[in-house]
Design a protein around this ligand. Structure first.
Ligand code: NAD
Length: 487
């Protein structure tokens, strides 16, 4: 059985308190190992190590050398691809086909892309004349923020963590990572990678633990943290923003969503069904960019519902490594209780359950896993909590619409604003609708296509700030203007 230790100042250490919690495999409920629960002493030690790294060789290292090291981190993740894959699959239960295509390669790529960005992005200069006939040259220097707290969720553990750690380190910061309590493995493994390639001690630290009254809260409230980047639920973001307000620390937030998919009758029907099926059910619906509200133009409504039903029913739950597996379990029994609560609520409110709505029959060995059926509903009023609140499971409600403006209004009727996916064959409409929906990301005839140079983030209650490409530099660095007067 494994024991997941903290990674502080280049060393793997247990908690001073001796406290641990369990890490369970959601496929069958088996115990993967125990995880050390960090308290104030571990958070203090990790923040101090990061601060010392900023004052040491890391703080002085030329960009070229930093960039070379980050390339080595990416190469080492790829060299140990199978170890990362096994660790991620054990923690999340997601199909190997998904993790090997997305989680691990993107986890490695995040180090290279931001190394390239920081190497190539210039800063501005302005010349100005002065009334006394002299001249002034202004130029900007890009400085790291310092010690950055990185608080992560469990749905794409390595990918979403490196999406923050990659740019933070590329910009010359040191980090203290608090991985989700559900998925401690890959953040820990990354500590081994950092040591193997020679990242100086204290630059990358990991403290395991829970959120409130545990490592998450202690880290985000720590007075020696210079900035906080967080991905997770909107409610948690509110708590962290409270902590960040003391000392006026900047935050970058990627939060929850209740994303709408819109399908027009002029869309490529099969492509739309395929796209919405992925958006609703990929990663067992545990993707922040997923679609839980689908609006379909009335002439194709019945046909669309039937086609999506076929897609949902074709997704076979099973072991991550099996070729036939189309869907894994939810992350935990606790999360399953939440999702099944919404399944029950939908029934109580009189939804038509097109498919699913419960727990699939699984072989005896997998019955302790967190399985749920992919589920489609129709017939609920827009005021239903099932339509208004983020469920984060493999489910969606489908409603018909008649006019373009109506579809846009329905999509916008939410406190969230992360993304949308719109399917149409009409170019003018595509541009109009993309501009009309209040989101950070609008996909047209596609979903989850990511160019890592583009701005990523949410509007309204789905986030604060944008990361990706040069936009990440805005959060992970501060610009200092240098003004020189010369005769
Ligand atoms: P969560 O908010 O419950 O937890 C995320 C992290 O915050 C965990 O590490 C947790 O321990 C920590 N935490 C919890 N309470 C805390 C507190 N008071 N102070 C400090 N840290 C605290 O989220 P989750 O359940 O792990 O992830 C699912 C959520 O993440 C969904 O809402 C999903 O939409 C969102 N998400 C958003 C994006 C995005 O890019 N917008 C991406 C992935 C997931």
């Amino acid at each position: 059985m494994k024991k997941f230790l903290h990674f502080i100042n280049g060393e793997f250490v247990a908690s001073a308190s001796g406290k641990t919690f369990e890490d369970r495999n959601p496929v069958d409920g088996s115990l993967i190992g125990t995880v050390c629960e960090g308290g104030r002493p571990e958070v203090d030690a990790a923040v101090a190590a990061a601060r010392a790294a900023m004052k040491g060789p890391w703080g002085q290292m030329p960009i070229t050398q930093r960039v070379e090291l980050l390339y080595k981190v990416a190469d080492e993740i790829n060299r140990r691809f199978d170890d990362f894959l096994a660790a991620e699959v054990a923690d999340t239960g997601k199909p190997v086909s998904l993790a090997s295509h997305i989680d691990i390669p993107r986890g490695a790529a995040n180090f290279k892309i931001f190394a390239d960005v920081i190497k190539n992005v210039p800063t501005e200069t302005f010349q100005m004349s002065t009334p006394d006939g002299g001249a002034v040259l202004n130029y900007a220097l890009r400085k790291p923020r310092g010690v950055v707290a990185v608080v992560c969720p469990w749905n794409l553990p390595l990918l979403l963590m490196t999406w923050k750690v990659g740019p933070a380190l590329a910009c010359g910061n040191a980090v203290v990572v608090k991985p989700s309590e559900e998925t401690p493995a890959t953040a820990t493994l990354l500590g081994e990678v950092m040591n193997a390639v020679g990242i100086p001690k204290g630059v990358y630290n990991v403290v395991h633990g829970l959120g409130p009254d545990s490592a998450g809260e202690f880290l985000t409230a720590h007075p020696d943290i210079d900035a906080i980047t967080f991905t997770g639920e909107t409610r948690t973001g509110e708590a962290i923003m409270g902590a960040a307000s003391r000392g006026l620390r900047p935050v970058s937030f990627e939060l929850g969503g209740k994303n709408a998919g819109i399908v027009f009758a002029d869309a490529d029907f099969d492509a739309a069904v395929e796209g919405i099926s992925r958006a609703a059910f990929a990663n067992c619906g545990q993707v922040c960019l997923g679609t839980e509200r689908v609006y379909v133009e009335r002439p194709i409504f019945d046909r669309f519902v039937a086609a999506l039903k076929d897609k949902a029913e074709a997704l076979k739950p099973g072991l991550p490594g099996e070729k036939a597996t189309g869907i894994g379990p939810l992350i935990s029994q606790e999360h399953r209780r939440k999702v099944l609560g919404y399944y029950a609520k939908a029934k109580d409110e009189g939804a038509t359950v097109v498919t699913g709505g419960g727990v699939p029959e699984m072989p005896h060995a997998l019955q302790a896993g967190s399985w749920v059926q992919p589920t489609i509903w129709t017939g609920l009023p827009e005021t239903s909590p099932v339509i208004r609140e983020e469920i984060f499971g493999p489910c969606c409600h489908i409603a018909p619409f008649d006019r373009e403006e109506e579809a846009v209004a329905l999509a916008n009727d939410t406190p969230y604003g992360l993304c949308t996916t719109v399917w149409t064959g009409n170019l003018g409409r595509a541009h109009r609708v993309a501009a009309g929906i209040d989101v950070g990301i609008a996909w047209i005839n596609s979903w989850f296509l990511r160019d890592l140079r583009t701005p990523f983030g949410g509007s309204k209650q789905s986030g604060i700030g944008r990361e990706g490409g040069v936009h990440s530099l805005e959060f992970y660095t501060e610009l200092r203007n240098v003004c020189i007067k010369y005769a």
